[in-house]
Design a binder for this molecule. Structure first.
Ligand code: GTP
Ligand code: MG
Length: 207
């Protein structure tokens, strides 16, 4: 049986937090101040070599607006990893991330690997500093409790995007290869057992 080498990732978060902009910057090095709200989900593909093997990673962009939430559930089925995005200048969008985590775990399983991105960090200035800093302890304690990584990002300047994606991709591929290796070992173990049983039978027949 051939091993799976295509994996699905999703990017989730409240409307207008910057999901499409993050993907557009990371994959196409493009940023638009006038980015339109996503209506139809689409995906970006990335080829990734990990431990000498090639993987196809598909990153699905979804619409964050409430009216599309029912549609979203279809898109995150079978996902192995997720980038959860909030807008650092709107702390309530971080509370929505917590809801997404619950929904995601329910739909995909509690082992789903996710990274949280506090996006629009380029807006960290005098007017937003206090707001962002005040929410930091809340974010950190949640990430500690959930054992996940958090990055401040900017789709505008591409700040920390490589780091966030690399962390997510590496964690997923590490888990996937570990599962595959364990599966192979079990498979080989079973084959050995069967062979031994057959040899015993052969011996019984011959003598
Ligand atoms: N300054 C700044 N603006 C950003 C950043 N990321 C996105 N934006 C702006 O925020 C707005 C919304 O960005 P989108 O990428 O469309 O957000 P989205 O999460 O995909 O929104 P939906 O598709 O409606 O769910 C756009 O005007 C972007 O230009 C960022 O890192 N910094
Ligand atoms: Mg979008």
């Amino acid at each position: 049986m051939s091993e799976n080498s295509t994996y699905k990732f999703v990017i989730l978060g409240e409307g207008r937090v910057g999901k499409t902009s993050i993907l557009s910057q990371y994959f196409n090095k493009k940023f638009s101040e006038g980015q339109q709200s996503t209506v139809n989900p689409s995906f970006y593909n990335k080829k990734q070599i990990y431990e000498g093997k090639e993987y196809q990673l598909n990153f699905w962009d979804t619409a964050g607006q409430e009216q599309f939430n029912a549609i979203n559930t279809i898109y995150y089925q079978n996902a192995v990893g997720a980038l959860l995005v909030y807008d650092v200048t709107i702390p309530e969008t971080f509370d929505k991330v917590k809801n997404w985590v619950l929904t995601l775990k329910e739909a995909v399983g509690k082992d789903i690997i996710f990274v949280i991105a506090g996006n629009k960090y380029d807006k960290y200035d005098k007017s937003n500093k206090e707001l962002i800093d005040n929410n930091k302890a809340n974010v950190e304690s949640y990430c500690q409790q959930e054992n996940c990584n958090h990055f401040y990002t900017s789709a505008k300047t591409s700040f920390n995007l490589e780091e966030a994606f690399n962390t997510l991709i590496t964690a997923v591929l590490k888990k996937v290869t570990k599962n595959q290796n364990e599966g192979n070992r079990k498979g080989r173990g079973r084959k050995l057992e069967i062979k031994e049983q057959e040899e015993t039978k052969e011996k019984k027949r011959c003598c």
